[in-house]
Design a protein around this ligand. Structure first.
Ligand code: ZN
Length: 459
C-alpha cells in the first residue's frame, strides 16, 4: 500500500500551455531542492492526487470569469452576473459532488453581515461563504480547512466599483478552482471520510479585509468542540509569468508565519515535504513569512487564533494583472493550477488521515545526569484507533527541516540522552499504522519569551 518515493532533484516538467502563448520552457526555469524527510506515499491519496483534472478546473475558471464581476457589493439577484449568481453556482457545483458521493459532502451557505470599515460610507456587506464539509470518520471534531476566495475586484482602479468587469481569473478564481477540485476528488475517493473532517471553503469579502475568512475562523474558534488542525488558503495560484518576463511553472510558494517552531511554520514544512512526495517535480517553496509584504490573505485570521495556517501563491507575480480588469483567464496556466491543486489534495488528505498533533509536550533536565539528559512527557492523542506511536523530532535552530527522528513507540514519555537540546528544536509527532504523520508539536521554552510577555518569569 505504501511506498517510499525519494525524488532527488526537481524534474524538468513542462506545465505551461493552457491558454497561454508559447513561452521559453523549463530549461530556463528556477528549481528548488527537494526537502529531506519525505513522508511515505499512501496509494489511496496518490490516486486522488492523480485524479485532479485540468479540464474540470478550466471549466470552473471559465464559469467564474463569466459572472463578469464577483465584487462583494455586486448584484445578488441576477442569475448570470455578480457575486450572488457566482455563489449559487459554487453551491450547486458542490451539491452535485455531494450527490455523486451519496451525500458525503454537507454543503451550506455561511453568511456574515459585516461593516466594510475601509470604505468611507461604511456599507454593511452580506458576505456569504460557501462551505462543504466531508465529515471525519474517527475524529470528526478535528477539522482541516482549505479555502480560496471567490470574490473579485478592480481595487487598483477603484475599491468600490461593484459593476464594472472584474474577471478575477487568477485572484482568486484560481484558488476557488483549487478548492472545488480538491473537494470533488476527495469526496469521490473518500466517500466515508478520512479520520478528520475537511471543510472546503469558497470564501468572500477577502478584498475588503478578509471578511469571510474572519467570520469562518471566529465561528470555528467559538465552537469549543472543534479542534482546527490546519488552514490553508490558495490565493493567486495561476500565473506562471512574472511581471519582468521570467517563467516559473515548477514551484509554488507557501507562506508560513512566525514563530519558527510554531504551528504555521510546521504546516509550511509539512506542505513542502508532502508536496514533494506526492507531486514530484513540482516544488513547494517554504517562505518563512506570514505573507507578502504589506499584503494579506485568508489564512491570517486563522493564524491570529494560533492555528497552523498558511498561504499558497504562485512564485512570480504580475501585479499588473491583479485587482485590475485584465486579470483574465488567458494569463492563467491551467496545468499549473492543477499542480497546485494536487499539492493541496495531498496535504489536506494527509493531514486528515494523520493522528492529531500531540499536546502537552514537557521537557525537564534529568538532574542525575548533571543536566545533559532530558525527560520528555506528553499527553496521549485521542480518537486515533490506528495510532502506531510517536516520534521525537530534532531540528537545528537554523535548519529548515527536521534532521533526526527518534521513534519511541506507544509511549507518552521518553528520556533523550546524549543530545545537546539547548542548540535544537525538540518536537514530537504521532503516526498511524499506515505511516501518516501528524504535524510536529515543538517544546516551547518559557524563558525564551520577550520581556513584554505577560507571564511571570519562571525560576
Ligand atoms: Zn486574492
Amino acid at each position: 500500500m505504501l511506498r517510499h518515493r525519494l525524488s532527488s532533484a526537481v524534474a524538468a516538467l513542462v506545465l505551461l500551455g493552457a491558454a497561454t502563448a508559447p513561452v521559453p520552457l523549463a530549461a530556463q526555469e528556477p528549481t528548488a531542492a527537494t526537502p529531506p524527510g519525505l513522508p511515505p506515499v499512501d496509494a489511496r491519496i496518490q490516486a486522488a492526487v492523480d485524479a485532479i483534472s485540468a479540464d474540470r478546473m478550466r471549466s470552473t475558471l471559465e464559469h467564474l470569469v463569466a459572472f463578469g464581476t464577483r465584487h462583494t457589493l455586486s448584484d445578488t439577484v441576477s442569475q448570470t452576473r455578480g457575486i450572488g449568481a457566482a455563489r449559487r453556482w459554487i453551491h450547486a457545483t458542490l451539491e452535485d459532488y455531494a450527490r455523486r458521493c451519496d451525500g458525503c459532502l454537507e454543503v451550506s451557505y455561511d453568511p456574515h453581515d459585516v461593516v466594510i470599515q475601509r470604505f468611507a460610507s461604511h456599507p454593511t456587506a452580506h458576505v456569504v461563504n460557501v462551505l462543504a464539509r466531508l465529515r471525519g470518520s474517527s475524529d470528526p471534531d478535528r477539522v482541516v480547512v482549505v479555502t480560496g476566495h471567490y470574490d473579485s475586484c478592480i481595487c487598483s482602479v477603484s475599491q468600490e466599483d461593484s459593476t464594472s468587469d472584474a474577471p478575477g481569473a487568477d485572484d482568486d478564481g484560481s484558488g476557488t478552482a483549487v478548492v472545488l477540485e480538491v473537494a470533488r476528488v476527495l469526496s469521490e475517493r473518500f466517500p466515508h471520510g478520512l479520520p478528520a473532517t475537511i471543510v472546503f471553503g469558497a470564501v468572500a469579502g477577502e478584498e475588503q479585509g478578509l471578511l469571510g475568512s474572519t467570520g469562518l475562523a471566529d465561528e470555528l474558534a467559538a465552537d469549543t468542540s472543534v479542534v482546527v488542525a490546519a488552514d490553508m488558503t490558495n490565493d493567486i495560484v495561476g500565473d506562471v509569468r512574472g511581471q519582468k518576463g521570467g517563467v516559473d511553472s515548477l514551484r509554488v510558494r507557501v507562506f508560513a508565519g512566525e514563530p519558527d517552531d510554531g504551528p504555521a511554520r510546521q504546516l509550511g514544512r509539512f506542505a513542502a515535504q508532502t508536496g514533494a512526495a506526492y507531486a514530484p517535480g513540482f516544488a513547494v517553496e517554504l517562505i518563512e513569512r506570514l505573507d507578502r509584504i504589506q499584503r494579506g490573505g485568508d489564512h491570517i485570521p486563522f493564524w491570529r487564533h494560533g492555528y497552523a495556517a498558511v498561504r499558497f501563491s504562485e512564485t512570480l507575480e504580475n501585479y499588473l494583472h491583479q485587482h485590475r480588469p485584465d486579470d483574465r483567464l488567458e494569463f492563467v496556466s491551467v496545468p499549473y493550477v492543477r499542480r497546485v491543486a494536487q499539492v493541496n489534495a495531498a496535504v489536506v488528505a494527509s493531514l486528515a488521515a494523520a493522528p492529531r498533533t500531540p499536546t502537552g509536550l514537557r521537557m525537564t533536565r534529568v538532574m542525575e545526569s548533571g543536566g545533559s539528559d532530558w525527560q520528555l512527557a506528553w499527553e496521549a492523542v485521542p480518537n486515533a484507533p490506528d495510532l502506531a506511536g510517536y516520534e521525537v523530532t530534532i531540528r537545528g535552530t537554523t535548519e529548515p527541516f527536521v534532521s533526526r527522528v527518534v521513534p519511541v513507540g506507544m509511549m507518552t514519555s521518553y528520556t533523550l540522552r546524549d543530545t545537546q537540546a539547548d542548540d535544537l528544536w525538540i518536537g514530537l509527532r504521532a503516526y498511524d499504522r499506515a505511516g501518516h504523520r501528524s504535524l510536529i508539536a515543538s517544546f516551547h521554552n518559557p524563558e525564551a519569551q520577550p520581556a513584554a510577555a505577560s507571564a511571570p518569569r519562571p525560576r
